[in-house]
Design a protein around this ligand. Structure first.
Ligand SMILES: [Zn+2]
Length: 505
């Protein structure tokens, strides 16, 4: 199929050419585990609707797509910027046929699609869908090294680009043995909110807020997906553009990638050991809430479509993130492998040989490298992560047994209530706004710990009174300390310490 794209303000007009028959618009984009209903953006089409996202069309047809999403998983067209994640705009007829696109613009255009005259092409829809297009009169190409570039309309300072270069070199040289010399592009843009990144085999698209803190880890995470998630992936993670696809291994794809994006900046010394351990401490602190006792890592992979990607402010009570728990399992695996003279890098070297792996492959390779009983970490609800980490780190819960109500607040608003905490037992729910304490107006300060704290709460516009009694904190915030030979081998530092700062009261 061929698509001639006419960008307009907030819309894309597309003239398509193919074979008469049924075309399908994807309902989701690979790498993002939610049915996005992208076909909702089709607003005019020359064709007969034969389903929610399917049309019968002649060999030539015109359609109009709404393109006003800042999300790098979708598409946006403005008077000075264009970004297209292809599955959000282009339908397919047969997966295995050539797909080409031409953009009617004199702007600078960047894409990893193959240039053929004025057209950008790929051999099949899967590759086409995996190749975003970015255009703007202000578009720049920042060179990281001869193979890696950043395409952006914004600025990135030189020290960031140098640090990123060191991390990419570490991944290519020490994990994947310089196995590819294909060009790779980071499509980057700042926005008014943080959308994170989405991986592709030859590129990634990253949109963050202006004040986003840990840009290096995010770039490294998306880059590592070039391998883990694209060149190597779970055997059962098949792409079907119209329905959910299930695997119990998203913790390998995402959690271990998160671990790599933590440890590579540490080993290349572009971040400090303190930053790294602070991050780990915070992730561990989130894993002290009830969700981890209700869902295993493998289960969280299946339920991501209905839980993680649709999470609400009760998530920490009811589920677990395969990013967070997967990252911690990566840390445990790496330390146990290092103790046996190997490392998690060896795991990826082995998986790279297998390409499409199963859980048994992962377990067998991990076992060979020194990890015993991976099953209990992956399949148990409430896996013994603190037990297994205690061999390598000293972990102390600093708020254990201190007074606590068991809620998190944003100003006057309650944003989280821990199950079975004093706040829960007293009847507080997320969304409650505390407007009075013991008969006085609540001034937005931290709540004091007092017996019989009388709260006046605005719930949905009605006033209610709730009496709150503090109890002992079960222990959430923690300090993690590392030292000794193995810590040195892991971090290349003699000593390190990190602290979590979850604002639970
Ligand atoms: Zn990812």
């Amino acid at each position: 199929m061929k698509f001639y794209v006419n960008p307009k303000n907030r819309y894309l007009e597309v003239f398509a050419e193919g074979i008469e028959g049924i075309i399908t618009f994807p309902t989701w984009v690979p790498g993002s585990y939610i049915i996005r209903e992208l076909e909702r953006n089709i607003i005019e089409i020359e064709g007969i609707r034969v389903g929610k996202n399917r049309f019968y069309v002649k060999d030539k047809f015109r359609y109009l797509v709404q393109a006003m999403s800042r999300d790098p998983r979708e598409a946006i067209a403005t008077n000075d910027y264009l970004f297209i994640n292809p599955p959000a705009v282009f339908p397919f007829h047969e997966i295995e046929e050539e797909y080409c696109v031409r953009i009617n613009t004199n702007w600078i255009v960047h894409t990893t699609l193959k240039r053929v005259g004025d057209w950008f092409c790929s051999e099949n829809y899967n590759e086409f869908a995996d190749s975003p297009i970015q255009a703007s009169p202000k578009l720049k190409l920042i060179e990281i090294d001869s193979y890696h570039k950043i395409s952006t309309i914004d600025d990135l300072d030189e020290s960031f680009v140098n640090s990123l270069g060191k991390c990419l070199k570490e991944i290519n040289r020490n994990i994947f043995m310089n196995s590819t010399s294909e060009e790779y592009i980071f499509f980057f843009k700042r926005s008014d909110s943080n959308f994170g990144g989405i991986e592709h085999e030859k590129s990634s698209s990253i949109v963050t807020s202006w004040d986003y803190k840990d840009l290096i880890s995010l770039f490294v995470h998306e880059y590592f997906h070039r391998y883990n998630g694209k060149k190597i992936k779970p055997k059962d993670l098949k792409i079907n553009y119209e329905s959910e696809t299930y695997t119990e291994l998203l913790w390998v794809v995402e959690g271990l990638t998160d671990y790599i994006s933590l440890v590579v900046p540490l080993r290349t010394k572009v971040t400090t050991v303190e930053n790294t351990l602070n991050y780990i401490a915070n992730v561990l602190a989130w894993l002290t809430f009830p969700g981890i006792r209700r869902m295993s890592l493998a289960e969280s992979s299946y339920t991501t479509w209905i839980k993680y990607y649709r999470r609400d402010n009760n998530f920490a009570n009811v589920s677990v993130s395969y990013y967070q728990l997967g990252m911690v399992i990566g840390l445990i695996m790496d330390l146990e492998m290092i103790e046996n003279g190997n490392s998690i890098y060896d795991l990826f070297k082995e998986l790279y040989k297998i390409k499409e792996y199963t859980y048994d492959n992962v377990r067998q390779v991990a076992e060979k490298l020194g990890v015993k009983n991976l099953d209990e970490l992956v399949f148990s609800r409430n896996p013994p992560i603190f037990d297994r980490l205690s061999k390598y780190f000293e972990i102390t819960f600093i708020d254990k047994d201190t007074p606590y109500y068991g809620m998190i607040m944003d100003g006057k608003k309650v944003t989280f209530v821990e199950d079975n905490s004093p706040a829960d037992l007293a009847g507080i729910i997320q969304g409650d706004e505390i407007i009075g304490v013991n008969g006085l107006a609540f001034s937005n300060k931290r709540l004091e710990y007092k017996e019989n704290l009388r709260l006046t709460i605005d719930r949905e516009g009605r006033l209610i009174e709730i009496v709150l009694h503090p109890a002992k904190n079960p222990g959430h915030n923690l300090v993690i300390k590392g030292k000794g030979d193995l810590f040195k081998q892991w971090s290349d530092f003699e000593y390190g310490e990190g602290k979590s700062d979850i604002k639970i009261i």
